[in-house]
Design a protein around this ligand. Structure first.
Ligand SMILES: *Cc1c(COP(=O)(O)O)cnc(C)c1O
Length: 448
């Protein structure tokens, strides 16, 4: 495979950008990332003309794939050509807000921002302003973007910043607990209940493997936050408009958070974030409330048009049926391959999310029927139940070096672009075909 151009570009990039990239995970590929020249349906073509089946899809935003349907592309062009933005409201913001309010059960009002990070930063500030409390509870292995309050490792007793540049005194307002652990959550509330502004979690951990909630766990979070006067924030930056269709993951699980953060799909491939929720909470944002929130680019007309037309297209076409069916084929096909090739590994994912976690412990199933055939659902009757990942730490203990250093490159050599490490999810888009799935499963069979 010729990679001359990518190599030369990376050489130039290293001279002018830290690590040669603008977002850390992109550099996880060794010895250097390939540079993309263009997308095409479910594929990307790199700077040297190599073509890959693309299961990264921008790390989540591209529900429709790289070829935008005509109405989406037309709306983007129309709004871009009118002069990109104004610093005063436009109709398209109202239309996207109305669409989200109509489809997402918990959202009565919404504020648009420019990234998932900005959404979670603002949600935390809003929760603190609303409750008059400072502490927030997050999940170990959860991800809420590059922000001070959530780049925190350790546990409830010893929270510490997970990045240089964050004061220990900031980290002390954050309480990390294991996902799927009701007892740990109850203990934290018994001890600090009066000080906790919010529990913030992804409804499905989707940045550290894909970890499904155990039956009743999200309900438990709902109950315990309500009992203690804290808010429940679902970070649906990945799951929003991907899991559970237009109702998002909260409609799948039937649990109604106080606040929801959005990003990725809701901007149709352009920079976006949003904070939605009950009107009396979201009205806490300035100018209606005391919690300052503002942004030059917020509600950008081109982004709003891309988001609205993407979601409308999904509402009017078989988008979710298509991506979920291919997701199911991938997960089922992978779990069939594992029976012979690597029975100790775990297939995870739901809807259009999929991943193979290189877990190492425990007996494998003797037959395909004995496991969660379409991806781990934390089924207590599954023979792998005791060994499937239930927390971020379980995923971290898997064979992530093998995944990244050996397996990823073999898949690339087979013409398949998977996410850059053993943690990040992979995404099916409307641009993918059954043939892409078949070729991908054949590549897994070679590489495993
Ligand atoms: C991607 C992501 C974020 C951060 O969004 P950015 O747009 O990258 O700032 C926050 N939360 C979750 C769950 C995410 O997956």
């Amino acid at each position: 495979m010729n990679e001359e151009h990518s190599r030369a570009l990376y050489d130039r990039a290293l001279s002018v950008m830290p690590g040669g990239v603008n977002s850390a995970v992109r550099a996880a590929i060794e010895p250097y990332p390939f540079f993309v020249a263009k997308g095409d349906g479910g594929h990307v073509v790199d700077a040297d003309g190599n073509r890959y089946i693309d299961w990264v899809m921008g790390l989540g935003p591209l529900l429709l794939g790289h070829d935008l349907p005509d109405p989406v592309e037309a709306a983007i062009q129309r709004h871009a050509s009118r002069g990109p933005m104004y610093g005063t409201p436009t109709e398209i913001e109202v239309e996207l807000a109305e669409f989200v309010v109509r489809h997402v059960p918990s959202v009565e009002k919404i504020r648009f921002v420019n990234s998932g990070t900005e959404a979670t930063v603002s949600a935390v500030r809003l929760a603190r302003g609303h409750t008059g409390r400072n502490r927030i509870v997050v999940m170990q292995g959860g991800y809420h973007g590059a922000q001070e309050s959530t780049l925190v490792d350790g546990d409830a007793e010893n929270p510490r910043p997970s990045s240089a540049g964050i004061p220990q005194s900031f980290a002390e307002h954050t309480i990390p607990v294991p996902f799927n652990d009701e007892d740990a959550m109850r203990e934290v509330f018994e001890e600090h209940g009066e000080e906790i502004a919010a529990v913030m979690t992804e409804p499905i951990l989707a940045n550290y493997g894909i970890v499904y909630p155990e039956d009743g766990y999200l309900e438990c979070l709902r109950e315990i936050t309500r009992d203690h006067g804290a808010l429940l924030i679902f970070d649906e930056v990945i799951t929003g408009f991907r899991v559970g269709g237009l109702g998002c993951a909260q409609s799948r699980f039937g649990v109604t958070p106080d606040l929801t953060t959005f990003g990725k799909v809701i901007g149709g491939g352009f920079p976006v974030g949003a904070i939605g929720g009950k009107a009396h909470v979201v009205d806490g944002f300035s100018p209606s409330g005391p919690v300052f929130q503002a942004g030059t680019f917020s509600g950008h007309p081109v982004t709003m048009a891309a988001g609205l037309e993407t979601l409308r297209f999904a509402a009017e076409n078989d988008v979710y049926d298509h991506v979920n069916r291919l997701g199911e084929r991938l997960r089922t096909g992978l779990s069939e391959l594992l029976v012979d090739r690597a029975p100790e590994y775990t297939v995870v994912g739901t809807d259009s999310l999929f991943k193979l976690v290189f877990t190492r412990d425990g007996p494998g199933p003797n037959s395909h029927e004995e496991q969660c055939v379409s991806g781990c659902r934390q089924e207590p009757t599954c023979p792998r139940y005791d060994h499937c990942p239930k927390t971020g730490a379980d995923v971290r203990r898997s064979d992530t070096d093998r995944w990244r250093r050996l397996f990823w490159g073999e898949m690339k050599a087979e013409g398949v672009f998977l996410s850059q490490n053993g943690f990040e999810s992979q995404f099916v888009s409307y641009g993918h075909t059954d043939e892409d799935v078949e070729r991908t499963l054949a590549a897994y069979e070679e590489a495993l």
